[in-house]
Design a protein around this ligand. Structure first.
Ligand code: CUA
Length: 153
């Protein structure tokens, strides 16, 4: 008799968990919080700011520079960039094809780049040196070769 009760209890819990997962995934649309704006992945090259990847000085904003990246298998554009020491930079990135990662080693910049979405992160580079931008989402055979460099000078 007790077995039956426990079996029922077990199945009920399983259903509860599945419902919670289902609701959070589909109803709430479980997306990374860094992805706010959307973009057509096929038009990335022609749309601002992604038509001009790289560092740009901006005026009248909370940040001093915007650093724009376009990721595609298996590289980032730009491949290397120089950032002035102490600059407050808004990193803006997207991907043209599959999901890529965007992690800057030694900093707390760690984003997921999803096709169709724009990922952003504001950071202050207050340490000089070279930082590697790495892909931390497996994206195919060239995954391990995906990198870019940020030089803080
Ligand atoms: Cu791109 Cu892994």
């Amino acid at each position: 008799k007790f077995e039956k009760i426990w079996l029922t209890f077990g199945v009920a819990m399983l259903l509860v968990f599945l419902t919670v997962i289902g609701v959070s995934a589909f109803y709430l649309g479980n997306k990374p919080p860094s992805c706010l704006a959307t973009i057509d992945p096929e038009k990335v090259d022609t749309q601002a700011p992604f038509n001009e990847p790289g560092l740009k000085k901006v005026e009248g904003k909370e940040w001093d520079y915007e650093l724009v990246y376009v990721a595609s298998a298996f590289a980032y554009q730009p491949g290397e960039v120089e950032v002035p020491f102490g600059a407050k930079v808004k990193v803006i990135a997207t991907t043209k094809d599959v999901i890529h990662g965007f992690q800057v080693a030694g900093t707390n910049i760690n984003m997921m780049l999803e096709p169709g979405y724009i990922s952003e992160h504001i950071a202050t580079f207050d340490k000089t040196g070279e930082y590697l931008v790495l892909c931390n989402e497996y994206c195919g055979v060239g995954h391990h070769m995906m990198m870019s460099k940020i030089k803080v000078v």
